[in-house]
Design a protein around this ligand. Structure first.
Ligand code: PEP
Length: 645
């Protein structure tokens, strides 16, 4: 799913209208009970402020029914945002009208303005064209960061987007789309879905859409009782929505579905002291099922063992009340454990998110969706109006790669120790692919240490033949056997110290792909070549010979490593890196395909350090980094991996 991102827009010094989801929960006294939704949009706001854009924020709050309601004013949010940002947030008393236009047009660069509740006007939910025009008139650019409202076809989420030439997704929206699309479109297997919550009606669409993609789908929560009833079992006083039984019956025919084997029952939700577990075919008539039982937890854990992608929507039981929170807690713990081992774990739906908060696991999964209904509709395979309005076909959202080239450092015993420490240090890292390239002699021990971790391993070089009389060489087959997934090809030290030619690189690229390794193809110009303005000519030669015959089906990573920046302490500026990365992407587009240009990660390498990583990663075509010197120190490398967090 390709969408334009805020990172693709020219926002420098512009007035940028940002639709955010500041629909925060309010306490009785009108104060904000949790500011998670405000925090979630900070990435986009800071990104724009850094570029001295005037940030015009717009949101709804509650359901004021198209007229002003002082209890639902966004002023409290303006105050909280101002505290968080440590700067003034100008508050516009109305989201449209002459006063607001004046405030916006007179605001200096890098000002933040929050407009009053959009739903104080009936035009918002009616997607009224005149209201859309009024809103659109405030900004020169339009960004939608309100994933939680993307399932609504309202003026600020859909209608006004059409009035901009290049409507774009904010960073939060981008992350939501990336994760949710990845579990639907390109999951790593085994892929297991866990579906809970109270009603089959709410989740039937999600189950039906996920079943073709997953290897197993676990059913828990209140909706399990419709499935049990569909099998003719007695469910006592447990919840069941009668009309969904037939739907449950149809879905249950699929062999991928895994149903609970026992449930925790009690006379009612307030009789936790009388709770006990019973097999699913022994639920007493006068009892109510309120959680999955311990045998089911074990069964689910065994199915989840080794899963590389997990999508979870809906709690396993009535987690708000003890002791019926056990099933949900245990499954949450298992999902967190899988995240720590490098699996992609995506949690969606309002109740599951509330459960993650309750157990303190909010930040311990790969992605916890901020959208309740929007997330479920996305997982049902529906096209959400707010996402559709962002247009398509600009670029895919690419998971960043942070790679370490250890060169000829660390003998196997040191490398092994370092790898095991790194695995500990990087526990819980999300939203990154981490790769290490140890010396050949250390590959085996390092791969062993990295088993089931977030870090993958690759070789620094290969021979192009599979085997034979090539004393001192190692082929792709050896690397695959050891457990490597990647290989560096054409590193400048190999090109310039060992005389590797473009033709030789091409043979190695082919050998890697044939063996199932992902080539990380390095390219870059020398200082004299840059000074002679020959950078793009050199790259054209290196890429067109080295990557000859590559097709859209081949997975490939390209690393731009200007020779003058490697190991010299002279990093390319973010703008220099972006200029070349953009050129490389257009080369991939010209020479392979649009799909490949969208998907291919282009890394920057050359004196990357903890203090320059954040700015480099701000650039839209920089999809990660290849780090030499700074990767030899655990703390520096970990800091680079966790950039911008
Ligand atoms: C490298 O060797 O690929 C590299 C980028 O090294 P350094 O980070 O030390 O410049």
């Amino acid at each position: 799913m390709r969408k334009l991102s805020v990172r693709d827009l020219d926002v420098q010094g512009r007035r940028v209208f940002v639709r955010v989801d500041f629909n925060v929960p309010l306490a009785e006294d009108g104060s904000i009970s949790t500011d998670a939704r405000i925090q979630a949009s900070l990435g986009t706001i800071q990104f724009l402020l850094k570029r001295r854009a005037t940030v015009i924020l717009a949101s709804h709050l509650g359901k004021p029914d198209g007229k002003p309601d002082p209890k639902l004013s966004l002023r409290v949010v303006a105050d909280r945002l101002s505290e968080i940002l440590g700067k003034e947030v100008l508050f516009a008393e109305d989201c449209i009208g002459p006063e607001t236009r004046k405030l916006v047009s007179e605001a200096p660069p890098a000002a933040v303005i929050l407009l009053e509740n959009l739903r104080f006007h009936p035009g918002e939910t009616a997607n009224d064209p005149e209201f859309c025009k009024e809103l659109a008139g405030l900004g020169e650019r339009y960004v939608n960061d309100a994933f939680g409202t993307a399932h609504r076809s309202h003026a600020s989420t859909a209608g006004m987007a059409e009035l901009f030439e290049r409507p774009a997704a904010g960073l939060l929206m981008e992350e939501e789309i990336r994760y949710l699309a990845s579990v639907l479109e390109a999951p790593r297997h085994p892929h297991v879905a866990i579906i809970g919550g109270s009603k089959v009606k709410d989740k039937a669409g999600v189950i039906a859409n996920l079943l073709p993609q997953v290897d197993k789908l676990l059913i828990g929560g209140g909706l399990m009782f419709d499935f049990l009833k569909a099998q003719g079992k007695e469910i006592g006083k447990s919840i069941s929505t009668g009309d969904s039984i037939r739907r449950a019956q149809e879905l249950a025919r699929n062999p991928k579905l895994v149903l609970p084997v026992d449930v925790v029952v009690a006379p009612d939700p307030d009789s936790g002291d009388k709770a006990r577990a019973v097999p699913v075919d022994k639920i007493p008539k006068n009892q109510m099922g309120l959680d999955i039982g311990p045998k089911t937890v074990e069964l689910f854990q065994s199915v989840l063992d080794g899963a590389r992608t997990v999508v979870w929507a809906g709690p396993m039981g009535m987690f708000e009340k003890q002791p019926f929170d056990k099933g949900t807690t245990e499954i949450a713990r298992t999902v967190v454990g899988l995240t720590d081992k490098g699996s992609t774990t995506v949690v969606g739906g309002g109740d599951s998110l509330a459960a993650l908060y309750k157990f303190g696991f909010r930040d311990r999964v790969s992605h916890a969706s901020t959208g309740g209904g929007a997330c479920l509709q996305f997982l049902e395979g529906r096209v959400l109006p707010g996402i559709r309005a962002l247009g398509d076909a600009y670029r895919a959202i690419r998971t960043p790669i942070v790679a370490a080239n250890w060169k000829m450092h660390k003998v196997p015993s040191e490398a092994r120790k370092f790898a095991s420490e790194l695995v500990q240090e990087l526990r819980g890292v999300r939203n990154r692919e981490v790769l290490v390239f140890p010396p050949t002699a250390a590959l085996q021990v390092v791969c062993y240490e990295l088993t089931n971790s977030v870090v993958a391993c690759g070789g620094q070089n290969i021979h192009w033949e599979k085997s034979g009389a090539f004393t001192g060489e190692t082929s792709a087959k050896f690397l695959v056997d050891i457990g490597c997934s990647h290989v560096l090809i054409g590193h400048s030290e190999r090109r310039h110290l060992f005389g590797e030619t473009d033709e030789l690189c091409a043979r190695k690229v082919r050998a890697a792909l044939e063996a199932g390794l992902v080539p990380v193809f390095c390219c870059g110009e020398k200082l004299a070549e840059r000074e002679d303005d020959r950078t793009f000519a050199v790259l054209e030669r290196q890429l067109s010979i080295g990557l000859e015959g590559i097709t859209e089906k081949d997975e490939l990573v390209i690393a731009y490593e200007p020779v003058w920046a490697i190991g010299t302490g002279r990093t390319a500026t973010p703008a220099q890196a972006q200029e070349v990365h953009r050129w490389i992407r257009s080369w991939v587009l010209r020479s392979i395909s649009l799909e490949a240009a969208d998907r291919t990660r282009i890394l920057y390498g050359g004196s990357v350090k903890p203090d320059n990583i954040d700015d480099l990663m701000d650039e839209r075509d920089v999809d990660g980094v290849l780090v030499g010197g700074a990767s030899l120190d655990r703390e520096s490398f970990a800091r680079i991996v966790r950039y911008q967090t």
